[in-house]
Design a protein around this ligand. Structure first.
Ligand code: C2E
Ligand code: MG
Ligand code: MG
Ligand code: MG
Length: 292
């Protein structure tokens, strides 16, 4: 018993763990302050139709403009708040801010579908859909159908009944849904039937490796086939090169997002980029520019 207590005590006073816990607590506190203090920023990454050459949508991606550490990517702060109330606050901030931006774009005549990531924890909130539709209703110029909420496939599978209810109820309110990072969960036909999201987003790890790895290519092909069988749209993430784009088009996936097309950018840069890209020949030019 004494030995056990000793061990427990040792664990309790482990200075390394203690420091981690303090750092984590400080991070949580400062994220809370950052949300309220206006330190979060939104970037937007275009989603294009490679065959038609047009921009179809934008994905909203959050950043934290940290006063000391600079611009932080989600991986540096989202894991710490996952499953906490702060995550819900962050998602709500993103929704509110993205809708203000969408309303401004619609007023300028730029009407693209806006994708917004939402965490599993937010989806589980009892009044989640009401909050979203209330926020959309604040902007009469924004059509609910132009808002597409991205849910991780893995989060959807963790709570299939609840998430499928949110998607069907949301659809009745006119809101669209996408299953994000598709292929990293179970991706079975049975699950897909119960998740009535209109769009599947193929996870970028499969797209990135599809040129060298036969099995990743098969997964990409399989997801495209599943999407077609269920009448869902499909978007490839992580399209970095011409080769990715052409292979995807050959496999039947025309919609794409990735550094090869555009990096996530600030709202102020976006309109010029979209106007320049609109010409249907530009995708072909890009392809021609890259071809040796
Ligand atoms: P995601 O939703 O799958 O977003 C795509 C991620 O891939 C983004 O990373 C984007 O910058 C990156 N990406 C796009 N094209 C390429 C490419 O060609 N190559 C590579 N290597 N990466 C590419 P980011 O912005 O760091 O976001 C990471 C994840 O954080 C997102 O993955 C999403 O799950 C989460 N996230 C981002 N913003 C939000 C938000 O506002 N709310 C919530 N709940 N989660 C968010
Ligand atoms: Mg996403
Ligand atoms: Mg994704
Ligand atoms: Mg991802």
């Amino acid at each position: 018993l004494a030995k056990q207590c000793g061990r427990n005590n040792y664990q309790f006073f482990d200075p390394e763990k203690d420091r981690e816990a303090i750092a984590n607590r400080e991070l949580l506190q400062s994220i809370g302050l950052a949300i309220d203090g206006g330190e979060l920023r939104l970037l937007y990454q275009p989603i294009v139709n490679m065959r038609l050459g047009g921009v179809e949508a934008l994905e909203t991606l959050v950043r934290w403009q940290h006063p000391q550490r600079g611009l932080l990517a989600p991986i540096e702060f989202l894991p710490a708040i996952e499953g906490t109330d702060l995550m819900r606050r962050l998602d709500r901030w993103v929704l509110r801010e993205a809708l203000v931006q969408q309303a401004a774009w619609v007023a300028l005549g730029l009407s693209l579908r806006l994708h917004i990531n939402v965490s599993a924890h937010s989806l589980q909130g009892l009044d989640f859909l009401r909050q979203v539709s209330d926020l959309i209703a604040c902007h009469p110029e924004v059509e609910p159908r132009s808002i597409e909420l991205e849910i991780l496939e893995t989060a959807a599978l963790d709570d299939l009944d609840q998430v499928s209810a949110v998607i069907s109820d949301g659809a009745r309110l006119g809101i669209s849904f996408a299953l994000d990072d598709f292929g990293t969960g179970y991706s079975s036909l049975i699950y897909l039937r119960r998740l009535p999201a209109g769009t599947l987003k193929i996870d970028q790890t499969f797209v990135r490796n599809m040129l060298q790895d036969r099995e990743d290519c098969n997964i990409v092909e399989g997801v495209i086939g599943m999407a077609r069988a269920f009448g869902r749209a499909v978007i490839a993430e992580g399209v970095e090169t011409l080769e990715h784009g052409t292979l995807l088009m050959r496999l039947g996936c025309d919609r794409a997002q990735g550094y090869g097309i555009a990096r996530p950018m600030a709202a102020a840069q976006l309109q010029d980029w979209v106007n320049a890209y609109r010409q249907p020949s530009l995708w072909a030019d890009w392809i021609r520019g890259i071809r040796p």
